[in-house]
Design a protein around this ligand. Structure first.
Ligand code: MG
Ligand code: FE
Length: 169
């Protein structure tokens, strides 16, 4: 059976909601472990707070379409996010692996919101555009920050390893 534009958009919004819960489950374990990279900790803390607001924006958009979000899918993706962060914690270069993974995740989010913007346009859901654009802008800022910070975090990592501070995040 053919899906209509509205239901495809709603599915996309629910997926984005699950994606944002996954984001929280990726950021939180990093924040609880980090000790030596205060600039990373500060930016992650800021993005965690932004992500909570992003979830609210998606819930508001879904509510405006008389829909709610799927709890089960959110939970499954959250579990996957925690597992990824945990596997990085077992590695000596945890801070680097998390930096790569965070950059990949932000770019995934950027693609998801750009796609949702197209669906909003195709379905005439102008009421959703503002919230989606705000979420997108925050992901773009975060992705840019991660790109800019990679050099500093790598240099700091190398210095720490040289000083024998193995595997400290
Ligand atoms: Mg996000
Ligand atoms: Fe994000």
């Amino acid at each position: 059976m053919a899906e209509d534009r509205r239901s495809l958009f709603v599915t996309g919004l629910r997926n984005a909601h699950a994606m944002e819960n996954q984001a929280i489950s990726i950021i939180k374990p990093q924040l609880s472990r980090i000790e030596n990279y205060p600039q990373v900790a500060r930016r992650l803390e800021q993005h965690l707070q932004e992500t909570e607001v992003q979830l609210k924006r998606l819930e508001d958009i879904l509510a405006s379409l008389d829909e709610d979000h799927s709890t089960i899918k959110d939970w499954m993706l959250s579990a996957g996010g925690s597992m990824a962060a945990l596997s990085h914690a077992m590695a000596g270069d945890e801070i680097l692996k998390n930096s790569f993974a965070n950059q990949a995740f932000e770019n995934y989010e950027i693609a998801a919101y750009n796609s949702l913007m197209v669906m909003a346009e195709m379905g005439g859901f102008q009421g959703a555009t503002n919230g989606l654009q705000q979420n997108l802008a925050e992901e773009e800022n975060m992705a840019q920050w991660l790109r800019d910070n990679l050099r500093e975090v790598t240099m700091e990592f190398v210095s720490r390893e040289e000083a024998g501070e193995r595997a400290k995040v």
